[in-house]
Design a protein around this ligand. Sequence first.
Ligand code: SF4
Ligand code: SF4
Length: 155
Amino acid sequence: MPSFVIPTKCDGCKALDKTACQHICPNDLMVLNKETMKAYNRDPSMCWECYNCVKICPTQAVEVRGYADFVPLGASVTAMRSTEDIMWTVQFRNKEIKPKRFKFPIRRGVQEGKAQPFGHYPTGDDDLKSPTLMCEPAGLNTERGRVKLDRVSTL
Ligand code: SF4
Ligand code: SF4
């Protein structure tokens, strides 16, 4: 389900050096055509379908369309963010079917832009040598999980 840009909605992020979709794409797929000032996904086959560009676009110009085997009625998905929540809109190709909207909170007591990406968990090069994931064992929150991880670490 790769993303694609709707040219009529894209304003090229008002000629910033790097557009929002370019900034956020983990696979460096979004490109800005400097002549038309429209962005595009240069290789949809490489798209991770992470929806980052969909969520960050300030003009809702990026959509994701489901594959026919997954979404047989054909639908596109767009996102609209606020500081408190995100609204996903699913628009079916058959316009007789009303769009479906899903709204979710995106922050719990954290101001926009103030989130700590690693929380209180330790980070650093030493962690790369650890057999556990970054938030483990504390993140597992179970004694049973800790026992399992202790066994792993003694292998
Ligand atoms: S983030 Fe949206 S408006 Fe900005 S360049 Fe990308 S598609 Fe266009
Ligand atoms: S969905 Fe993710 S991987 Fe695909 S173009 Fe957008 S940001 Fe890049």
